[in-house]
Design a protein around this ligand. Structure first.
Ligand code: MN
Length: 266
């Protein structure tokens, strides 16, 4: 039941990703995968209730408490996704290369401090905190350690999808001011970086992709976001229209910018 959306989005005869299967054994692992999809992001997953509760974090997690990282909750993933590293082929949901950026265990913390300190909480407390949108937990990973909170944002902003959370590091001995995730680009599992894993799966495909095309990726990311929204609505009629609108919008933007430049010069 919990993995229906995961199943619906994928074609398992094409993707190397694991099948949807709810685990019967309780676990307390976490994984962060670095995913070079239409837009590079990190997937933060907590093993919970027989699945991996998942959030896509565009900038990735940080050990700096000053960073409040946007984390979009996405569909639950099967526990066997835990050590998935490889390339999801073109034209499939989430197409792009995935590496395992961090692994470890996690534990929920008490919803409120006990004698001024957060102490390990129970599974039931974790479920309640998740439902409430204020999940406090401790990580013991290879890279991420210490106390964190995932806090659901109130969806009042226009265009909010209601799946936006913030991932925040708490002040403790593991906090690192000015933490830069880009200093750590290798898989903790294989020691390889995204390029190396991608090269493994089909280097020709990889090389043909723009290496510094950030501007181009922006529009692609928007298209991806719209596509996801469309999938949710599952209204086949609305789909094409939205995508056409978006294409028209991005097409409009480029000439406008060119025009303005031309005017400046003259
Ligand atoms: Mn992803």
């Amino acid at each position: 039941m919990a993995l229906e959306e995961y199943k619906r989005k994928r074609r398992f005869e094409e993707t190397p990703e694991p099948p949807a299967k709810v685990a019967t054994k309780a676990g307390n692992r976490f994984v962060v995968q670095k995913h070079d999809a239409t837009r590079l992001h990190y997937d933060f997953r907590l093993e919970m209730e027989g699945v991996l509760k998942s959030w896509a974090v565009p900038k990735g997690p940080s050990l700096d408490p000053a960073d409040k990282r946007l984390a979009m909750q996405v569909e639950d993933h099967p526990v066997s996704y835990f050590d998935f590293e490889g390339t999801i082929p073109e034209n499939n949901y989430g197409a792009g290369t995935v590496i395992v950026w961090d692994v470890g265990t996690w534990q929920p913390l008490s919803p409120v401090p006990v004698n001024g300190k957060y102490v390990p909480g129970t599974e039931a407390e974790a479920a309640a905190m998740l439902a409430k949108g204020d999940l406090k937990f401790r990580l013991n990973g290879k890279r991420l350690k210490g106390d964190f909170a995932l806090i659901k944002m109130k969806g009042r902003r226009p265009g909010s999808k209601g799946n936006e959370w913030l991932l925040i590091k708490k002040h403790d001995d593991h906090a690192v001011e000015g933490y830069d995730i880009e200093e750590f680009d290798q898989s903790v599992m294989s020691g390889r970086n995204l390029e190396e894993v991608a090269g493994d799966a089909g280097s020709r495909e990889w090389k043909s992709r723009p290496s510094s095309g950030r501007g181009k990726l922006k529009a692609a990311w928007l298209a991806d976001a719209v596509a996801k929204l469309d999938q949710k609505k599952a209204a086949a009629g609305g789909q094409k229209k939205k995508r056409q609108q978006l294409t028209a919008e991005s097409a409009k933007k480029t000439p406008q910018r060119t025009q303005r430049k031309a005017t400046d010069k003259s």
